[in-house]
Write a protein of this length. Structure first.
Length: 582
């Protein structure tokens, strides 16, 4: 069979296919198949067939079934590494191509195409960069594939540092074991965890890979850790998005010969400065100073609030980010992933509930009116009681006897959806209330994860494993403690019992727990929304942000709302979007 080299045109609208010439029936058959493809043309000078990108992939699939293989020319990889990944025809090649990228023989699992492509991209960049594929994109294995070039047999210690969430250290070790085998991992990887004395001993172990949690950067004994590495991989790097935080400063201080590779499914959560702060760690100075970035790429109002990205310089920003940030569409990464169906379940309050909600809202508006702007408490905290009341009146005041319209709607879902369910609430108190009520009144098994119910990471993992393995129509109710790094494909129906203001955490992290590779069923996500309340405003803000190109959102929620007047708050509590939210 023939090894076909792939090239690319400058505009990315066609793919070049070249292979060694030989006089054989197989060669002629291959040539005729390519010639028969719509739009295919022959370039005599370069001995290359050019095929329109849109028609390339069906041809590739056919040729693969015949045993032909495909290799990306090094020039193609270099070209890809300098291109804007947004809106390019050629980008679809990088997204879908099942490359014959050389895999280290110590890897015992078979990477799939997009993971090889990401590893090739990391190899090509070979410096600080941001791997920002959606959840389930295989970022961990892509980084392991890249890291193997720094890990020779019997190599020196402290070659690679792998940072992750504190709760995910042992899960990360499990991933390395799965791909490299337990024997290799036992001799070459150390998880840094435990007491100060244990950490000091673990840092001193002669292993090539150290895995530890973000909080390790904050320990006073951080000086005991090695500070020079061949390469650093920082999983869930959005933890370092605040440039003023000690975590961010400690990460930036690491000496990594081949840069820091940041990994996150949500490079921008609530503000465009998120991406600036992350890239300033990976590529210091590339985007200038914060004020320069704002002036060049953002439109601000008179009070220095972010309004929108500047359309006249957005292309320049993409050109700057393109070589060093890889973010691919989930449906392109996983074309066979079952569909995800979003649903908004609209809930009308009863007249009694409406009257009480209005009373709580009026109390809050008076509180805003009485507070001086500079002394005001975060409004997200101040408005908590109204949101708890909507979740269930009993959460706002234990003297209430009513379950509430939202709770009754949720119980209707529980009674009618014959699927395993994952339910999210941002509040521990709501999770405990739902768990207690369902266990007392419903026949379905109920699992729970929250800070007070399952404080230890190991227990969270055990609960998730038990839920996934349960053959019954079980329900898992959790806070956002499990919105990152967990696989919960055992469920196919999700419920946002209450919404976050952050679209990345809502739609990427929460929903990505069940809508990811390994899911075999159609996924449904239901969002419960009480009409004519603050919950409608949250949906409007989320929708507004989702529409901004490349998840570049408008102003941070807390910053935005601290400037809302009492009159604007009155509108928001009634379900109308204030002008200050845009």
């Amino acid at each position: 069979m023939t090894a076909i080299q792939l090239l690319a045109t400058e505009d990315g609208r066609s793919v070049g296919m070249a292979w060694p010439w030989e006089k054989s029936r197989e060669f002629n058959a291959l040539k005729e198949q390519v010639r028969a493809t719509l739009g295919a043309s022959w370039d005599k000078e370069s001995y290359t067939w050019w095929v329109p990108t849109d028609n390339y992939f069906p041809l590739e699939r056919t040729l693969r079934t015949q045993g032909h293989t495909f290799q990306a020319n090094p020039a193609l990889l270099s070209w890809l590494a300098t291109r804007d990944q947004i809106g390019e025809h050629l980008a679809s090649i990088m997204f879908q191509l099942d490359m014959d990228w050389p895999v280290d023989p110590r890897i015992i699992t078979e990477p799939w195409g997009p993971q090889k492509v990401a590893a090739a991209w990391l190899y090509t960049v070979n410096d600080g960069c941001l791997l920002a594929d959606p959840t389930g994109g295989g970022k961990t294995l892509s980084c392991i594939l890249d890291a193997m070039r720094f890990l020779p047999e019997d190599g020196p210690a402290d070659q690679v540092l792998y940072l992750t969430l504190g709760s995910m250290r042992w899960t990360a070790l499990g991933e390395w074991k799965r791909h490299l085998g337990p024997d290799w991992a036992a001799h070459n990887i150390t998880v840094v965890d435990g007491t100060k004395r244990q950490r000091r001993e673990q840092w001193a172990e002669p292993t090539m890979v150290k895995i530890t949690g973000w909080e390790t950067l904050l320990h006073h004994d951080w000086a005991d850790a090695p500070h020079t590495w061949r390469r650093v991989y920082a999983d869930e790097v959005s933890k370092a998005k605040n440039w003023k935080s000690k975590v961010s400063k400690r990460l930036a201080s690491l000496d990594s010969q081949h840069g820091i590779v940041g990994m996150t499914a949500s490079p921008i959560e609530t503000h465009p400065m998120d991406i600036f702060n992350l890239m300033d760690i990976m590529r210091p100075g590339m985007l200038g100073w914060p004020r320069q970035f704002q002036k060049q790429f953002m439109v601000m109002d008179d009070e220095d609030r972010f309004l929108r990205m500047r359309p006249d310089t957005q292309g320049k920003l993409h050109d700057l980010l393109g070589p060093y940030m890889l973010r691919r569409d989930k449906k392109l990464l996983h074309p066979y992933l079952p569909p995800k169906i979003p649903q908004t379940v609209e809930i009308q309050l009863t007249s009694k509930e409406r009257k009480e909600y209005n009373r709580i809202a009026d109390d809050f508006v008076r509180w805003v009116s009485d507070k001086a702007r500079e002394d005001a408490v975060d409004p997200l905290v101040g408005i908590l009681r109204s949101r708890q009341y909507l979740n269930s009146p009993q959460l706002a005041d234990s003297s209430y006897s009513e379950l509430g319209s939202k709770m009754r709607t949720f119980l209707d879902l529980v009674g009618t959806v014959p699927e395993k369910m994952l339910v999210f609430s941002q509040w521990d108190k709501t999770v405990r209330f739902l768990v207690r009520y369902l266990r007392e009144t419903q026949g379905r098994p109920v699992y729970a994860i929250s800070g007070s119910i399952t404080p230890r990471a190991k227990v969270k993992t055990e609960v998730i494993e038990a839920f996934n393995a349960d053959p019954r129509e079980a329900i898992l109710i959790a806070t956002d403690a499990i919105q990152q790094g967990q696989n919960i494909q055992g469920a196919s129906f999700g419920v946002h019992y209450d919404a976050l203001w952050n679209p990345a955490k809502m739609w990427e992290q929460r929903e990505g727990r069940i809508w990811r590779p390994g899911q075999e069923s159609v996924v449904t996500w239901a969002t419960l929304v009480c009409l004519d309340t603050i919950e409608e405003v949250i949906q409007l803000v989320l929708a507004h942000r989702q529409g901004v190109a490349n998840s570049v959102t408008d102003g941070a929620v807390a910053s935005m709302m601290r400037r809302w007047t009492a009159q604007e708050w009155r509108k928001a509590l009634a379900g109308q979007l204030p002008e200050g939210a845009r």
